[in-house]
Design a binder for this molecule. Structure first.
Ligand code: SF4
Ligand code: SF4
Ligand code: SF4
Length: 196
């Protein structure tokens, strides 16, 4: 029986997920998977970046038996980071739009690069790149094996902060765009100061 409300249970589950927002679980990010788990609508074994440690956490949180990772979602692997092959980059910025943690820096028409410490290895930038100039490398300074629970949790806190910052930035930009549109509409309705 679940003692917590589905809202707070979803929060607890979300806190146990790796926050890469990679979508391998079949959801648009960690939060929608957490909400589905809280409603009892999804199995606990659909998160390859979390692997065995996350399955163990979810099993304890939801009081359900552990399951082997569903490899149709992907396999458990050592942490990796993206690298832009700079000589081939055409500066289109499509990778920036795809990156959930704002780990790619660069300006339109200029070469882009990945801030390795902010890259979760989600791979969402790979299909976004029209010239296939992004490669995945072993994450420097991290084990060449899937991470244990404490390391995953530490990284998840970092990626969550970055992802929330990105969502706030996008919301700010959207608000400014709407305000600019509204003032143009207002100016058009009032004659906009044009000739009589
Ligand atoms: S990290 Fe796990 S829960 Fe989050 S989107 Fe990827 S597969 Fe889904
Ligand atoms: S740089 Fe690529 S792999 Fe790294 S977090 Fe951003 S989208 Fe994911
Ligand atoms: S999507 Fe590819 S080509 Fe475009 S800026 Fe990013 S790395 Fe460069």
């Amino acid at each position: 029986m679940m003692a917590a409300s589905s809202g707070s249970l979803a929060d607890l589950i979300d806190a146990a997920l790796p926050q890469t927002q990679c979508g391998r679980c079949g959801f648009e990010g960690c939060r929608p998977y957490a909400e589905s788990l809280a409603r009892g609508e999804s199995p606990i074994n659909r998160c390859p970046p979390g692997g065995r440690p996350v399955i163990e956490r979810l099993s304890a949180l939801l009081a359900v038996p552990q399951l082997p990772l569903d490899t149709s979602c992907g396999i458990e692997q050592p942490p990796r980071v993206a690298r832009v092959v700079e000589a081939d980059c055409i500066g289109c910025a499509k990778c920036i739009d795809a990156c959930p943690t704002d780990a790619i820096v660069g300006a339109r028409k200029w070469m882009h690069t990945v801030v390795q410490a902010d890259c979760s290895g989600c791979e969402l930038c790979l299909p976004a790149c029209p010239v296939d100039c992004i490669a995945m490398d072993p994450a420097p300074g991290l084990p060449a094996a899937p991470l244990d629970g404490p390391a995953l949790e530490q990284r998840a806190r970092h990626f969550r902060r970055l992802h929330e910052g990105r969502l706030q930035r996008l919301a700010r930009n959207e608000r400014r765009r709407r305000e600019a549109l509204q003032s143009r509409l207002d100016a058009a309705h009032t004659g906009g100061g044009g000739p009589a």
